[in-house]
Design a protein around this ligand. Structure first.
Ligand code: NDP
Length: 249
């Protein structure tokens, strides 16, 4: 352990899109952030440089959350460097869209692995440490598609629906250990994941949003900020939609 700190957050997929906004928001609040990326080392480096320029305490780590060994390894690395993990934000996500008839077994399994098994593997890695300390916050990032379904996203919507069950079970198992587990459920948020959709699809989605506009990564980051705060101590097993009214629970 060489850099002791008051609060440490591990944010998966923390160097791009919504994850980057979460990392920056928490770092602006004085949290030391370990942001995990997978394939895009260039984006991670650009993100780390910009954060350093802005005086934010953010370090980047590589790990594929679909690999349980890599989840254990990155957790051990962060614990070794910072001595603690207060917040785990399971934000990493990926899509591989095809209708069910055309979807390959590999596309099904890879998306389930990243979006559902990843948060399970990360929770397995981090929970023993949180239990030992008697405190912690886990926030999973779901999707409105997990509640509504969407053509071409059987793998993704099933994973995100499963994440709600995982959130509630983890919340029950951790409730008497000083650890809260919640799920933020974003609607359509303007990031790379959405920008690569055809413009007519983005327009069609926007028209279904009661507020009439896409959300921003910062809208989602603000919800995470609340759920990891001391004020949210009694909130666990909750699903918090950030959807501009697209999904109400
Ligand atoms: P982006 O595609 O912009 O970013 C995805 C992030 O996840 C990247 O940092 C990527 O890292 C990381 N990632 C992907 N696969 C893995 C993996 N196997 N292991 C570790 N990291 C991985 O996505 P968004 O910011 O749009 O989405 C973030 C979260 O929000 C996801 O869980 C998504 O499902 C959810 N969401 C997004 C919505 C939207 O409208 N954007 C709507 C609802 C939910 P790298 O690039 O290095 O591979």
């Amino acid at each position: 352990m060489n850099k002791p700190c008051d609060r440490v957050a591990l944010v998966t997929g923390g160097t791009r899109g919504i994850g980057a906004a979460i990392s920056r928001r928490l770092a602006q609040d004085g949290v030391l952030v370990a942001a995990v990326y997978n394939r895009d080392a260039g984006a991670a480096e650009t993100f780390a440089k910009a954060a350093a320029r802005d005086g934010l305490a953010v370090s980047v780590y590589q790990a594929n959350v679909g690999n349980p060994g890599a989840c254990q390894q990155v957790t051990a690395q962060v614990l070794l460097e910072y001595g603690r993990i207060d917040y785990l934000v399971n934000n990493a996500g990926a899509v591989q869209d095809r209708t069910v008839v055309k979807m390959t077994t590999l596309q099904w399994e890879q998306v389930i692995r990243t979006n559902l098994s990843g948060p399970f593997f990360m929770a397995q890695a981090v929970l023993p440490h949180m239990i030992e300390r008697g405190s912690g916050r886990i926030v999973n990032i779901g999707s409105f598609v997990g509640q509504t379904g969407r053509i071409g996203q059987a793998n993704y919507s099933a994973a995100k629906a499963g994440l709600l069950g995982l959130t509630k079970t983890l919340a029950l198992e951790a409730a008497d250990k000083g650890i809260t587990v919640n799920c933020v459920v974003p609607g359509a948020i303007m990031t790379d994941m959405v920008a690569k959709l055809p413009a007519d699809i983005i327009d069609a989605v926007t028209q279904t949003i009661p507020m009439g506009k896409l959300g921003t990564p910062e809208d989602v980051a603000a919800a995470i900020r609340y759920l990891v705060s001391d004020e949210a101590e009694y909130v666990t097993g909750a699903l918090l939609p950030v959807t501009g009214g697209l999904l109400m629970m």
